[in-house]
Every structure is written in structure tokens, then in C-alpha cells.
Design a protein around this ligand. Structure first.
Ligand code: PRP
Ligand code: URA
Length: 206
């Protein structure tokens, strides 16, 4: 299943990303904020456990998220601000890394580096702001499954319908939480209206 956010704050922030006058630092911070909101939406029914805390009136049993069962995996480089944002909310989550680059001529993704912790009995939040053809996400999910991931949730910011469909066909068991689904892909496989190249916008390159 995929769920597009209906939150007006999320839509407001996505439109800040589209504006080319939004400078790299604000662009990254905006990705962080959107990611924190959509992560909350994605984790709204995540398992909680009872833990004992020390309150001002003594010990108390409370419910907390079972954060040790969560692994955050950004697809670098554009996924990095998503990780930074969510780690501010859930600082004890584990992190893994996939560094992938889409070939701009063929739109095929290539994996350059990985560092993934043990995934058995974990839920992976896979973080990539852009779903254009869906190729990077499909390959990232396939790789995480080969490493033993049983439950993967994809968090994304902007997608094209074609890319979302492709991911759902390739991996129907993966839930996608996305801030905004745009109109289409252009002939260079960029999302329209989109925001341009997320990595370039975030890290001031072109
Ligand atoms: C972008 C983006 C996705 C991918 C989406 O990354 O962050 O990973 O393209 O395109 P796709 O759905 O057609 O695969 P890119 O490969 O440009 O690398 P970057 O993050 O280093 O800019
Ligand atoms: N990658 C991006 O960063 N933007 C697009 O529109 C497509 C792929």
C-alpha cells in the first residue's frame, strides 16, 4: 500500500522545497522536518513496550516505542537529511547506509557502498526523498531483503505515479509513506513539477 500525506504542514514544506530560492541549508532542514512528520505517520501503530521510568513522584511504568527494533537506512546522498531529522526524534534508533547513484542516461541505479546492521526481527525505515522511475528504491529494497529484512517501510518525499507503481509491483509487501505524489516523469526521468535534483539542491552541487 502507499499513503500520501494529507497534512497541510507537509504540503507547505514540500512547496518550500520546490522554490529554487530555498537555499541548501534551508532545503536540508525542510527535508528533516518533513521526514520527522511522515515518520510519525508511518510509525503510528509501531509496537510499544512497557518500561519503568523515574518521575518526579517516583517510579512509573510507561509505554515507549520499541526503538531497538527500528533500523533507519538512508539512500545516500539525498537521503542523509531524512536520517538526521528522524534521529533527532528517535536518537536511539540504529542506522545503516546504502550509497546509490542513478545513471542519468539510463536511469539505472548502482550501489557503491553499504553498511547494514543485523536486520532479523527489525523494521527498516528506508529513506529516499525521490521516487522517479522507482529503480533506486526497488534495488535498495531488494538489497535489504537479501540482507534478511522481513519488514520494510519506505519513507519518501516526492514521487511520480510511474515510480510508485513500479515499486509496488516489484515489492507489494513494502508500505510507502510519501509526502507528495506529483504529476509525471519527464523525458529525462525527472519528476514534474518536482524540485529538480534533490542531492544537488541539498548539497549545493550541479
Ligand atoms: C536520486 C534520488 C533517488 C533517485 C531517484 O538520487 O535521491 O535515489 O535519484 O531516481 P529513480 O527513482 O529513477 O531511481 P541520485 O541517484 O541522483 O543520487 P544523489 O542522491 O547522490 O543525488
Ligand atoms: N532524482 C531527483 O533528485 N529528482 C528527480 O526528479 C528525479 C530523480
Amino acid at each position: 500500500m502507499y499513503k500520501e500525506s494529507t497534512n497541510v504542514v507537509v504540503k507547505h514544506l514540500v512547496n518550500r522545497l520546490r522554490d529554487v530560492r530555498t537555499a541548501p541549508n534551508e532545503f536540508r532542514l525542510t527535508i528533516e522536518e518533513i521526514s520527522r512528520i511522515i515518520a510519525s505517520e508511518a510509525l503510528s501503530d509501531f509496537k510499544t513496550i512497557t518500561t519503568n521510568i523515574e518521575t518526579w513522584q517516583g517510579p512509573l511504568d510507561v509505554q515507549v516505542l520499541e526503538v531497538q527494533k527500528l533500523v533507519l537506512v538512508p539512500i545516500l546522498r539525498a537521503g542523509e537529511p531524512m536520517l538526521t531529522g528522524i534521529l533527532r526524534t528517535l536518537p536511539y534508533a540504529r542506522s545503516g547506509f546504502l550509497a546509490m547513484k542513478r545513471d542519468e542516461k539510463t536511469a539505472e541505479s548502482k550501489l557503491f557502498y553499504e553498511n547494514i546492521p543485523h536486520l532479523e526481527d527489525k523494521t527498516v525505515l528506508l529513506l529516499d526523498p525521490m521516487v522517479a522511475t522507482g529503480g533506486s528504491l526497488i534495488d535498495g529494497i531488494t538489497y535489504l531483503k537479501s540482507k534478511g529484512a522481513k519488514k520494510i517501510i519506505s519513507l519518501n518525499i516526492l514521487g511520480a505515479p510511474e515510480g510508485i507503481d513500479a515499486v509496488q509491483k516489484a515489492h507489494p509487501d513494502v508500505d510507502i509513506f510519501i509526502a507528495q505524489v506529483d504529476e509525471r516523469l519527464d523525458d529525462k526521468k525527472y519528476i514534474r513539477p518536482g524540485l529538480g535534483d534533490a542531492g544537488d539542491r541539498a548539497f549545493n552541487t550541479n
